[in-house]
Design a protein around this ligand. Structure first.
Ligand code: 0O2
Length: 241
């Protein structure tokens, strides 16, 4: 069992400047405050929970792969370019709990909807909506939340369709409902979001540089939206020829 992976939401994470002595101190105080049985129970529970999220990702990934396969049979093209799955890092979970003023507890983890995340990179914008509709029509999928940043891009230009869904996973002796965040984007949206993410977290830029680059990035997002529109029109012409 990896303490840095499973223990951090409870014991707190190290900042990049802290060293292993600080980590040891945090772990020691966590161990001092809890009996060995409680510590073991906590880690077992955390491990089981993360494993359930992994299973939920497998379920949802399979659903998209099936849709892709079926669509390619009927239409001779794949609406999905690629699929990426990720488990939210313990540091990112901790940061979100803190931002929302939630204590480090299992109940709080239940309120974080993007612990398991899947990103579907699509060929065209209308594939995004078609795939989202097909997914949400399935009778074991429940929609919890939908954010359409394609129809309503964020101020910085970020576009993607976000769905929070709940899916069942079937374990040896139980059924569990798990939440998964699904992000659907085109290749152009992914390209922009990846670069913007890298640049944003790169460094603390001076105010004027930050403003200029933010404007440039927003313009790039608008250009990528135009590119998506143009590519879709080209495809429509070819398909209707
Ligand atoms: P990671 O590494 O994917 O976990 P939040 O902002 O997280 O408190 P909420 O409601 O979850 O609240 O946010 P939202 O807007 O539904 O989606 C958050 C996720 O969408 C982010 O995850 C990113 O993956 C993506 N995202 C949202 N806005 C932007 C943006 O402006 N630029 C880029 N590049 N990605 C964005 P996390 O949690 O940031 O990271």
């Amino acid at each position: 069992m990896n303490i840095t992976e499973f223990g951090m939401p409870l014991v707190g994470t190290l900042s990049p400047n802290e060293n292993s002595a600080a980590l040891a101190e945090k772990i020691t105080s966590f161990l001092n405050e809890n009996s060995l049985d409680e510590v073991q129970e906590y880690f077992e529970r955390m491990k089981a929970l993360m494993s359930c999220y992994q299973c939920a990702l497998l379920e949802v990934e399979t659903k998209f792969k099936v849709l892709n396969e079926q669509f390619s049979l009927n239409h001779e093209r794949n609406p999905i370019e690629s699929i990426k799955t990720r488990m939210k890092s313990s540091e990112s979970i901790r940061e979100k709990l803190q931002r929302r003023n939630l204590p480090f507890s299992f109940d709080s983890l239940d309120k974080i909807y993007d612990i398991a995340g899947i990103r579907i990179i699509c060929s065209f914008v209308d594939d995004i909506y078609m795939l989202a509709d097909c997914l949400l029509k399935q009778d074991d999928v429940r929609l919890i939340e939908r954010k359409d940043y394609i129809a309503n891009p964020k101020e910085n230009g970020y576009r993607s369709l976000h769905l929070i869904i709940e899916v069942p996973i079937f374990l040896q002796d139980a059924k569990r409902l798990m939440k998964v965040e699904v992000q659907l984007r085109t290749i152009a949206m992914e390209f922009w979001a990846n670069l913007e993410h890298k640049l944003r977290y790169k460094k603390n830029l001076p105010g004027d540089v930050a403003m200029l680059t933010a404007e440039e990035l927003t313009q790039c997002a608008q250009m990528s939206a135009q590119l998506d529109l143009k590519m879709q029109k080209v495809r429509d012409v070819i398909e209707n020829a």
